[in-house]
Design a protein around this ligand. Structure first.
Ligand code: PEP
Ligand code: MN
Length: 624
């Protein structure tokens, strides 16, 4: 039941309600949703809802109709993010767990762990206690296997996941691993669920072989009701009549789960399909369907694997899959971050050195696209700092008020953001990273607004251009220009009138309690913006794949060609060339280059040296 409290409720009145519920053995949660305070309770303490409705300070009572309470979204509207070391499951970055089905030996485990980490997995899996269909099959290495997992964590910094099959293993598992997995066969082992609930470690709860979604969520409820909210759901295929695959992957469970619960959901396409060549297509589909992550079995020698070899990917296949996921993720508003763990380490290091939470300056209000770029790049590790202009972002990094700046550099439809190219030249910062977002514009208004009521639309001038086709249907609308999309939503929120609407991303609607009236109104859905991350210092966050430079050449025939020839002769691929006027020198230009490879690496040192010889001015903006 949800008890919606009156705005003017006193603390005494609230305590009275809480006492009645707690004495009636209910678990209670306080929730704030769209500015209202709500008490969520797992039961009614033997009373009728009307009883609570009559208590002072209560506005109304809403029953929670589902059997599961603590896992329901009604009782917890915000997404739960499960923190495992630096990894956050349920956030804006896709989490990929990879590793062998079973831990077979130290050498095998280390070799696979190195490979999956190299290709972007952020958690490592491997079974030490294997629940096998046949008693004669390999049953796992037991504690020896757990010790090997702990070694992987020490050596590679990957947090580890393993299955627990009985409460008797609890002490061992607590000692060695970071996430405990409850296997499909144990989904309804209620003693195990209760035990895990009390342990408090993050849990990966697989769906039972023939469990309904409700049964699965009831199992999660067991864990939450013992006080452990760190539950990740994992769909791994269910039994159907179809023999061509090991199980049938229920991808439709993803949107169903997202609607019913706040818990994150990941997909295990390995056990779902049972066949190597079916794993990657299903993994790609899972991300497109909105999964928070994947669990993939990978083996360096699957033909000789002691379990589930036929469904284990070769490391190279896993690498290809990760590259595909990297491309797909922005389409559904997420990211696969190849620098996830290295970046977190580098940011921790800075935090230690400076003793403060790192801040990243971005343009606009919370909920703007730049804000999203900021949270997707850093996760919740760095706190976003809103700014009112690009110049102010650069200034705040210069003065040390912000540690990083997040600035848009080009849009796939509108082209380069020239102001930021000029600012990159003016200030002496490094580009330390980049991130691409799909830009989706929505028509946003007050909840319940009818399209006929709208008279004014607020947004950034560029957004109006990107939504021309949609706007042509409403020629009478007045266009109000604002500095960023989230500000437009803030403005309509403040106006309080259904006559005001905005064009912005969904996040901004959520921040201000507004409603998406029409989704995806941009003319061309292939609308992407690339942002770069600037910093006064370089951030040693792993392998650098790309570099940006700016230079000018003499004003004589072939000058630009000679510089370009250097790249060609050294086999360096250029991915962007842009010219910008040099201020104060009419008709003279600076050339901005994005190239593949790390220009600061030893291998490319000759390129830099030759370029210096052929340019009047040269500045490396950064490698990332
Ligand atoms: C596993 O992850 O290795 C496993 C045994 O999975 P499931 O419980 O889904 O069969
Ligand atoms: Mn397996």
């Amino acid at each position: 039941m949800l008890i919606v409290l009156a705005q003017d409720i006193t603390q005494e009145q609230k305590n009275n309600i809480l006492n009645i519920l707690r004495q009636g053995r209910c678990i209670v949660r306080e929730i704030t949703d769209a500015g209202q305070t709500i008490i969520g309770s797992t039961g009614t303490a033997g009373q009728k809802p009307e009883f609570f409705e009559k208590l002072p300070g209560v506005e109304r009572v809403v029953p929670v109709k589902t059997a599961f309470k603590l896992v329901s979204r009604q009782l917890h509207p915000e997404d739960t993010r499960v923190q495992i070391g630096d990894v956050e499951v349920g956030g804006e970055r896709i989490v990929v767990i990879a590793g062998p089905c079973a831990i077979e030996s130290r050498e095998q485990t280390m070799a696979i762990a190195r490979e999956v980490k190299r290709y972007g997995a952020v958690l490592f899996r491997g079974g030490a206690f294997k629940p096998r269909t046949s008693p004669y099959s390999f049953q796992g290495l037991g504690e020896e296997g757990l010790k090997i997992l702990a070694e992987v964590r020490e050596a590679l910094g990957l947090r580890v996941v393993t299955e627990i099959t009985t409460p008797a293993q609890a002490d061992l598992v607590m000692k060695y691993v970071d996430v405990v997995q409850i296997g499909a066969r144990n989904m309804q082992n209620f003693d195990l669920l209760k035990c895990i609930g009390r342990l408090g470690k993050p849990v990966l709860l697989k769906r039972g072989l023939s469990a309904t979604i409700e049964e699965w969520l009831m199992s999660a409820e067991y864990i939450l009701s013992e006080g452990n909210e760190n539950v990740i759901l994992c769909e791994r295929g269910i039994r159907t009549f179809e023999p061509y695959t090991r199980n049938t992957l229920d991808l439709s469970a993803i949107p169903v789960i997202k609607n019913l619960t706040h818990l994150p959901v990941i997909i295990d396409p390995s056990h779902a399909t049972g066949m190597r060549e079916k794993v990657s297509p299903m993994a790609r589909a899972a991300i497109a369907a909105g999964a928070d992550g994947l669990m993939i079995e990978v083996h360096n020698d699957p033909d000789r694997a002691m379990s589930d070899g036929a469904q284990s990917l070769y490391p190279e296949q896993f690498s290809q899959l990760m590259r595909d996921i990297y491309v797909i993720s922005p389409v559904v508003g997420k990211q696969l971050d190849f620098g996830y763990l290295d970046k977190a380490k580098a940011v921790h290091h800075l935090k230690k050195a400076r003793g403060d939470v790192q801040k990243a300056a971005f343009l606009g209000e919370i909920g703007s696209n730049s804000h999203k770029a900021c949270t997707q790049y850093f996760g919740s590790q760095v706190s976003p700092l809103p700014m009112i202009s690009f110049k102010e972002i650069f200034e705040s990094v210069n003065s040390g008020k912000a540690d990083f700046g997040v600035v848009p550099i080009e849009n796939s439809l509108a082209g380069s953001v020239h102001e930021n190219y000029d600012l990159l030249l003016e200030y002496d910062f490094r580009i330390i990273g980049e991130i691409t977002l799909r830009i989706k514009h929505n028509l946003i208004g007050h909840p319940g607004t009818k399209i006929e009521e709208i008279k004014r639309v607020h947004s950034h001038p560029q957004v109006f251009r990107q939504c021309q086709q949609f706007l042509a249907r409403y020629p009478h609308w007045e266009h109000v220009f604002v500095t960023d999309t989230a500000r437009g939503v803030k403005q309509i929120h403040e106006s309080g009138s259904n006559a005001d609407a905005a064009l912005a991303g969904k996040d901004a609607a959520d921040v201000y309690g507004m409603e998406v009236l029409e989704e995806g109104v941009e003319t061309n859905p292939r609308n992407f913006t690339r942002f770069v991350i600037i910093s006064a210092n370089s951030l040693s966050n792993g392998q650098k794949k790309k570099s940006s430079l700016v230079y000018s050449t003499g004003n004589q025939p072939g000058a630009l060609f000679e510089t370009l020839k250097i790249f060609a002769d050294n086999g360096v691929n250029l991915v962007k060339l842009e010219s910008r006027p040099i201020h104060g020198k009419p008709w003279e230009y600076m050339f901005y280059i994005d190239m593949e490879g790390d220009i600061d690496s030893e291998a490319l040192a000759p390129v830099l040296k030759q370029l210096k010889g052929k340019t009047d001015f040269l500045k490396v903006l950064g490698s990332y």
